[in-house]
Ligand binder design. Structure first.
Ligand code: C5J
Length: 226
């Protein structure tokens, strides 16, 4: 077992039953010229997560931790995109419309892909999800059960949308979630702060919050003991 300082109290985990989840680190959300920036967002708010997440991935790979990536996106015929999600905002910038990196949030388009800096390594599963949460309409739950995973270290974008939804889904399913503050990002600094506070509030109502160097140090301490 390993433990680290976290909010609201110490987080304890067994690397053998812990997975790293990397949520939606996709070109359209993070890259200059992508869909996110086209909407007027400051992608710099998300890009600050790239370096710490790359270091985290390297440490988790060295430790043999289970690593799972996700991507938000839809089938080209949009049959998996409910009208309530589709009919949002400017019609020329909706899901499925032609965007700067291909059709917006459509599987197989360039913008849907994970950024090169955080590309999945061979053998690391990539879950394609049509919703905000990583459990909804995906094989994630079955995959975690098959691997004996009970704890999740959650990273990715955006903090208040897909990260939060996934943490809430995971919490309801009994997973112990640690969210790494420097590896999750929001276009809106106030949502980043509130999103993180909400997770650890009320005695850890959805989970724990810590910084990635503390998690990496705890992980490496278990390796040096074996
Ligand atoms: C994610 C979104 N990944 N904000 N999507 O958070 O629409």
């Amino acid at each position: 077992m390993a433990s680290l300082d976290a909010l609201p109290f110490t987080y304890t985990f067994d690397p053998a039953s812990t997975a790293l989840l990397v949520i939606d680190m996709q070109r359209d959300f993070l890259e200059p010229g992508g869909f996110g920036e086209t909407l007027g967002n400051d992608v710099g708010q998300l890009r600050r997560t790239i370096e710490p997440t790359a270091a985290l991935l390297a440490a988790c790979r060295a430790a043999g931790l289970t690593i799972i990536h996700t991507r938000e996106g839809h089938l080209p015929d949009l049959s998996d995109c409910p009208p309530a999600k589709l009919n949002r905002g400017d019609p020329s910038l909706r899901i499925g419309a032609p965007g700067p990196m291909g059709r917006i949030l459509i599987r197989g388009e360039a913008g849907h892909d994970i950024i090169g800096e955080l590309a999945p390594a061979p053998g690391e599963p990539v879950i394609d999800k049509p919703g905000k949460g990583a459990f909804y309409a995906t094989e994630l739950g079955e995959m975690l059960t098959a691997k004996g995973i009970t704890s999740l270290v959650v990273t990715g974008v955006t903090t208040e949308v897909c990260v939060h939804t996934t943490v809430r889904e995971a919490n309801d399913r009994g997973y112990e979630c640690l969210v790494l503050a420097d590896c999750v990002g929001s276009y809106f600094p106030e949502f980043q702060a509130a999103g993180l506070s909400m997770i650890a509030a009320q005695g850890g109502i959805f989970g724990w919050v810590a910084e990635s160097p503390a998690f990496i140090a705890a992980l490496q301490s278990t390796l040096s003991r074996t």
